[in-house]
Design a protein. Structure first.
Length: 268
C-alpha cells in the first residue's frame, strides 16, 4: 500500500463522512470538468470538513464590509474550539442525505444546498452570540439572510441532525428552541405573537416534522415526534406524537410513525 493510500485509509477510519465527500468530489471533477475548479476550491484543497466548510461559508457571506479572509478566520476559530458545532456539521449532512430524496451524495449539501449552508452559518453565529460577540453574530445573521433567504437569530438554540429542505423564507426567532433530528420545509416561521420581550418563541421537541409554510407562533411547546401539516398556523401546545393541521391548527390524529422527521411523510 502506498503512503497516500495509507493516509486515505486512516482518514476514512477517523472521519468517514469527510472521506466520502472527498471521493464524491473527485468523481464530480472527473465527470464534469467544468466544475473541477469549484470542487477543488471547496473540497479537494482542504484537509478536513471544517476547513472546507469555513471556506465555503466565507466565500458565500463575504461583502465589501467583511472580506472572505476575515470571515474564514472567524469560522476556523469557532470550528476549532467547539466540538458541538463540529458534531452538528456532520449530523446535519447525514440528515440531509438520509431524508432528502433529491440528495444522492454526501457532498451535495456542502456544494449546493443553501439550507445546509445557512444552518452552519447560524451555528457559527450562535457560538459568537454565546461568547458575547453579539455584533459579529448579528452581522452573520444579516448576511445569511441576504444570501440564503434564511433568517435565524443567533440566540436561537437548534439541535443537531437538522434538515431544512429548500430553505427559502425560513424564519426562526431569538428564543426559539429546536430539538435534535427535526425536519422542516420552506417558508416555516418559528415566531412570536407581538412585541413583548423575553421568552416568546416556540420550543420544538426532538424528531418533529414541520411542513412547508407552517407558522408556529408564541412561547408554546411542540411535543417530540409530532407532525405539523403544511400551511398550518399553530398557536397552542402540540402533544407528543400527534399530527396537527389547519388555521388555527388542531390535533387531527397520531403522527403516523415513530419518527416523522425521518420518514418525511407529509400526508395527513
Amino acid at each position: 500500500m502506498t503512503t497516500a493510500s495509507r493516509t486515505r485509509a486512516a482518514v476514512a477510519k477517523i472521519d468517514p463522512i469527510w472521506e466520502r465527500i472527498r471521493a464524491e468530489a473527485e468523481e464530480i471533477a472527473r465527470n464534469e470538468p467544468l466544475l473541477g475548479s469549484l470542487v477543488h476550491a471547496v473540497v479537494l484543497h482542504h484537509d478536513s470538513l471544517e476547513g472546507a466548510l469555513s471556506y465555503r461559508i466565507s466565500q458565500k457571506l463575504e461583502s465589501p464590509e467583511m472580506p472572505a479572509l476575515l470571515l474564514r478566520e472567524i469560522a476556523d476559530e469557532v470550528l476549532a474550539c467547539d466540538e458541538g458545532v463540529r458534531e452538528a456539521v456532520r449530523a446535519d449532512i447525514l440528515a440531509v442525505y438520509e431524508r432528502d430524496p433529491a440528495c444522492h451524495r454526501h457532498v451535495q449539501p456542502l456544494l449546493f444546498f443553501k439550507g445546509y449552508l445557512a444552518l452552519q452559518a447560524y451555528r457559527i453565529a450562535a457560538h459568537l452570540w454565546r461568547a458575547g460577540r453579539r455584533d459579529m453574530a448579528y452581522h452573520l445573521q444579516m448576511r445569511t439572510s441576504e444570501q440564503f433567504g434564511v433568517d435565524i437569530h443567533p440566540g436561537a438554540r437548534i439541535g443537531k441532525g437538522i434538515m431544512i429542505d429548500h430553505a427559502h423564507s425560513i424564519v426562526i426567532g431569538e428564543t426559539a428552541v429546536v430539538g435534535d433530528d427535526c425536519s422542516m420545509l420552506h417558508s416555516v416561521t418559528l415566531g412570536g405573537t407581538g412585541k413583548e420581550d423575553g421568552d416568546r418563541h416556540p420550543k420544538v421537541g426532538r424528531g418533529v416534522l414541520i411542513g412547508a409554510g407552517a407558522k408556529v407562533l408564541g412561547n408554546i411547546r411542540i411535543g417530540d415526534c409530532s407532525r405539523i401539516a403544511a400551511g398550518s398556523v399553530v398557536l397552542k401546545d402540540v402533544p407528543p406524537c400527534k399530527t396537527v393541521a389547519g388555521v388555527p391548527a388542531q390535533v387531527i390524529g397520531d403522527a403516523g410513525c415513530e419518527q416523522p422527521a425521518r420518514s418525511m411523510n407529509q400526508q395527513v
